[in-house]
Write a protein that binds this ligand. Structure first.
Ligand SMILES: C[S@@+](CC[C@H](N)C(=O)[O-])C[C@H]1O[C@@H](n2cnc3c(N)ncnc32)[C@H](O)[C@@H]1O
Length: 264
């Protein structure tokens, strides 16, 4: 994935990202409540988006937070969040592959729903290790398998655009591969856990807005205005039937991988 494409995509959805239903923010809450954080720590949030740190001011108001992201607009929205000023927070537009920070300065680092975007995950793991103090925690929140009841979505989309292979669903070895990668970059003391989160959409509108506000949107974003309208009408009609029958729901499995910077 090209840095510029990803940044441009998230710039575009920044204002609506995670607004229709708290989705990613539930995952960051889960990640942050599972980390060994404490007031006074200096914490780095990689790919902070429009505010994956939101639970922090309530949990640990005296944390000093640095959020980085390639998307300028996502960071702008993050800074406007009402809770942001409560933290001693700074936001820096930068790429996780080349962190603009000195060695050994952070007590903890986390990356929520970002890992698959990195073109060189080993390099990011090394960069994060470089900027961490010895013993610091690096925690990842990974989206794993999901189940939902809108199988019609891709079938319909396929009739409008030739679907290029999307990011494939993470293979079962995902957790092992991530740990291997982190270990090779000098991370140790791994603790992993899995959890299912179920989302029930309140309306077809809410579900559609959610579809439009995350990375899946790239599949239909390039349709002409006319084709987009036809696609939307088609999808709405099918979604409405499913919604009336059984509601629209998604079950998302999450993997947390926690690690520590080893001495060596
Ligand atoms: C799915 S969003 C997750 C945002 C946030 N962590 C959350 O949980 O809501 C992925 C974010 O990672 C950012 N991102 C992608 N690649 C990146 C990179 N190489 N360095 C820094 N940020 C990156 C994107 O711009 C986007 O804001």
């Amino acid at each position: 994935m090209l840095y510029k494409d990803v940044a441009a995509f998230f710039d575009k959805v920044a204002l609506t990202y995670d607004q229709s239903i708290p989705f990613f923010s539930r995952f960051s809450h889960h990640l942050l409540t599972n980390m060994a954080l404490a007031d006074g720590m200096s914490v780095l949030d990689i790919g902070t988006g429009n505010a994956s740190f939101l639970p922090l001011p309530l949990l640990f108001p005296k944390i000093s937070l640095t959020g980085i992201d390639v998307s300028h607009r996502m960071l702008q929205v993050a800074q406007l969040r009402p809770f942001a000023p409560l933290l001693s927070a700074r936001f820096v537009q930068s790429d996780a592959h080349a962190l603009p920070f000195q060695d050994n300065i952070f007590d903890a680092v986390y990356a929520c729903s970002v890992w698959p975007f990195f073109s060189d995950q080993r390099r990011v793991a090394s960069e994060v290790r470089r900027v961490c103090k010895v013993g610091a925690e690096f925690s990842l929140c990974l989206l794993s398998s999901s189940h939902h009841n809108w199988g019609f979505f891709n079938t319909t989309l396929n009739t409008y655009v030739a679907l290029t292979p999307s990011i494939p669903p993470p293979p079962l070895s995902e957790e092992a591969r991530v740990i291997d990668c982190l270990r090779s970059a000098g991370w140790d003391n791994f603790v992993t856990s899995k959890e299912d989160f179920t989302f029930h959409f309140e309306s077809v509108d809410q579900w559609w807005q959610w579809q439009c506000a995350h990375y899946g949107r790239r599949h239909f974003d390039k349709l002409s205005d006319q084709m987009f309208q036809r696609f939307k009408n088609d999808i709405y009609a099918k979604a409405s039937v499913v919604f009336q029958d059984e509601g629209l729901w998604l079950k998302q499995n999450l993997i947390l991988v926690r690690s520590k910077k080893a001495l060596h």
